[in-house]
Design a protein. Structure first.
Lengths: 184, 255
């Protein structure tokens, strides 16, 4: 590059003769120089490439391909494991659900049994109370019936007395009882 | 480019020196000094710079050897993968033995082309001497390889078994001619593309001396520069893939 500027400065002297020979490409006198340095350059590039650059890049690319393959395999493995874990989770969930159902059924049965027992007890108590009450009612009814007959005898005796008829108590009572007995 | 402006200002009319940029000059010493084969010239300098860029990209850039690459390492791997795949696709697995050679060619041409696009740069691949050595190297290497690998069967490359018998000698002559034209087209394609682009930029730069034309000149230079950026990459690719195709012919001469 520096030479280019120098060339510019000296163009006044040099310009005329440069225009003369035409294309510098056809100047055979410069060929040995170019060919020699071209071969040197190609040799250097080939040496550097075949010794350092290409093996290194090839190794890096191979290593990367290997890493990618390994990573994919690892990912596959992980996915497999994730699937297994999911299956295990699903199984555990199903088991837990079944267990829960079982517990629910058991508890329900237990409660039902308790309920039945309590029901029975309550029924028995109710029956006992009913019987007791029945007895009391019966007693009341009996005593009421007795009172009725007594009142009837008294009334009958008084009526008989009022009519002036002589009658002993026993006869009146028997007559009243007989009448009540018919009614009943 | 500095030379153009100086020259244009110094004289009254338009002066074009589109080929000055291709001159081989000694890097040290006087302008007129003779350039012998060992002289360190501008060609030497820019070739060395290309080699340095190769080292920077592919050796320094990959020194981390990282599984997750840095940006430079990523670029190096991209270039490696690009050329590796090209060799594998075109020549098959057997061609991979010659991958370092093809990589050398590709990187040298690629970096020479791109470095040549820097202002004031010299482009080694714009010289027919350079591209001819590259192309002849490929030609001789591939031909020798073809005979070593296949013996005389390599000549089957010129003998079309599918063609009718009476046409085969004619086709063989054409095939032989086209085979020997390969290094010519191979080298001239590369040098010609670069010379044309660089010279065109200089010509448009010369027009900038006329004030009325200078904006147009700048636009044109920009457009051609963009085109040249494409050409630099494409020509490196073309040279490399042709090398792969020639190599394929040497490894599998039957059509």
């Amino acid at each position: 590059m520096a030479t280019e500027t120098i060339a510019a400065d000296e163009l006044a002297v040099h310009g005329a003769e440069a225009a003369g020979p035409g294309m510098p490409q056809l100047d055979v006198s410069s060929f040995p120089n170019q060919i020699f340095w071209l071969l040197v350059t190609l040799g250097v590039i080939y040496f550097v490439l075949s010794r350092f650059a290409l093996p290194r890049i090839g190794a890096v690319l191979a290593e990367r391909a290997g890493t990618i393959t390994n990573d994919i395999a690892a990912a596959e493995e992980l996915r497999h494991r994730a699937r297994e874990a999911e299956a295990a989770y699903d199984k555990a969930l199903a088991d837990a659900r079944a267990e829960a159902n079982r517990i629910v059924a058991e508890t329900k049965a237990q409660i039902q049994a308790d309920l039945d027992a309590e029901m029975e007890k309550a029924d028995a108590q109710i029956a006992a109370k009913t019987a007791e009450s029945q007895k009391a009612i019966d007693e009341i009814r009996d005593s009421a019936a007795r009172n009725v007959s007594e009142v009837a005898r008294d009334v009958a005796r008084d009526i008989v007395a009022a009519f002036g008829a002589e009658a002993d108590a026993k006869t009146v009572d028997a007559a009243v009882d007989a009448k009540l007995g018919e009614r009943a | 480019m500095a030379t153009e402006t100086v020259a244009a200002e110094g004289e009254s009319g338009l002066v074009f020196h589109p080929f000055d940029q291709f001159e081989i000059k000694p890097l040290f010493g006087e302008i007129g000094d003779p350039v012998s084969w060992y002289t360190i010239s501008n060609a030497t300098f820019w070739m060395a710079l290309a080699a340095l860029c190769v080292v920077l990209l592919l050796v320094v850039g990959t020194r981390g050897r990282a599984v997750i690459p840095s940006r430079v390492q990523s670029a190096a791997e991209l270039v490696y993968g690009f050329v590796y795949k090209m060799v594998e696709d075109v020549t098959g697995k057997e061609g991979l033995k010659y991958f370092p050679w093809i990589m050398t060619l590709f990187l040298f041409i690629l970096f020479s082309n791109y470095l040549g696009l820097l202002p004031l740069a010299f482009t080694p691949t714009s010289h027919i001497a350079v591209t001819a050595v590259l192309a002849l190297g490929v030609f001789i290497g591939v031909t020798v390889l073809g005979f070593v690998k296949n013996g005389m069967a390599f000549l089957g490359l010129f003998w079309m078994k599918e063609a009718p018998l009476f046409l085969r000698p004619v086709i063989a002559i054409i095939e032989v001619i086209s085979y020997f034209v390969r290094p010519v087209s191979h080298s001239i394609r590369l040098a010609g593309n670069l010379v044309a682009g660089h010279a065109m930029i200089k010509v448009f730069a010369g027009f900038a001396a006329i004030a009325a034309l200078s904006p147009l000149s700048v636009v044109a230079i920009t457009a051609i520069y963009g085109l040249e950026v494409l050409v630099a990459g494409i020509q490196a690719y073309v040279f490399t893939i042709l090398t792969c195709i020639y190599l394929k012919d040497a490894l599998h001469p039957s059509h």
